[in-house]
Design a protein. Structure first.
Length: 254
């Protein structure tokens, strides 16, 4: 197991993309959880196919049907949640979640479902906020309506793309503990900073950038804003499903 830290003033989505490029292989069966309108945010959509090598079967699941309709990258899409995902055990080589785990009500149950869907030695890769970062500590105290307004003003995210957050799998310690309890080995845990979100407010932007530089100090790296986790499923061999089973469970969109 490796824990790494990166000094990054680029958006953390680029680090997540680079992680996918490092682990995705031709012919993989891949499920993107909370796939919404795309693997990446709207401003990165043009680069989505760069993480899809030849022969990858990509499926996605999301509770928001209207977002699934807009998704142009994921061919096989399911409207639903992980607890009721209509896939057989051992379907996937890879399961990903980009800015999804912070919304999960019961992370231990979610990890157990993901463990069931993965083949032995399959990977779970997720990108999520670090709850120990001051931004998310503050955000967790704000009413949802105010968070919706701030997300629109600071990040350009519409209300329908902002969901309630729980932050129940959002520290390195919690990830390590629940991963072990749910049958995963930790391949890597990256702590990274992202681009400042308060650029429109000069004083707050200055404070945010100062905090980012302070979090380069080794004892304080645990306070960086984002986590990218790579977990590997361990356990006995199980029955695996072929590509036709995945296609039958999901709906191909033209």
């Amino acid at each position: 197991m490796a824990q790494r830290t990166r000094r990054a003033f680029l958006n953390s989505q680029y680090a997540y993309r680079d992680t996918l490029i490092r682990f995705v292989r031709p012919g993989m069966r891949w499920l993107d959880v909370g796939c919404g309108r795309g693997i990446f945010p709207r401003w990165m959509r043009r680069g989505e196919f760069s993480v899809l090598p030849e022969g990858v079967l990509l499926a996605g699941i999301d509770m928001d049907f209207s977002s699934l309709v807009d998704n142009k990258t994921v061919k096989y899409r399911v409207a639903g949640d992980m607890e009721h995902a209509p896939f057989r055990s051992g379907c996937f080589d890879l399961i990903t979640a980009n800015m999804v785990m912070e919304h999960v009500e019961e992370p231990k149950a979610a990890l157990k479902h993901i463990h069931r869907l993965l083949k032995p030695h399959g990977l779970l890769i997720f990108h999520t906020p670090n709850y120990l970062n001051y931004q998310f500590l503050i955000a967790s105290l704000l009413p949802q309506r105010l968070k919706n307004a701030l997300a629109l003003w600071l990040e350009g995210r519409r209300e329908e793309d902002v969901f309630p957050t729980r932050y129940r799998l959002n520290t390195v310690r919690k990830i390590r503990r629940l991963a072990r309890e749910c049958g995963f080995d930790i391949v890597s845990l990256d702590l990274i900073n992202s681009t400042p979100v308060t650029e429109r407010i000069p004083l707050l932007s200055w404070i945010e950038k100062l905090f980012m530089r302070i979090s380069d100090i080794p004892p304080l790296r645990i306070l960086r804003s984002n986590i990218i986790a790579v977990l590997r499923r361990v356990g006995r061999e199980s029955e695996t499903a072929d590509g036709e089973a995945i296609q039958a469970a999901a709906t191909p969109f033209a």
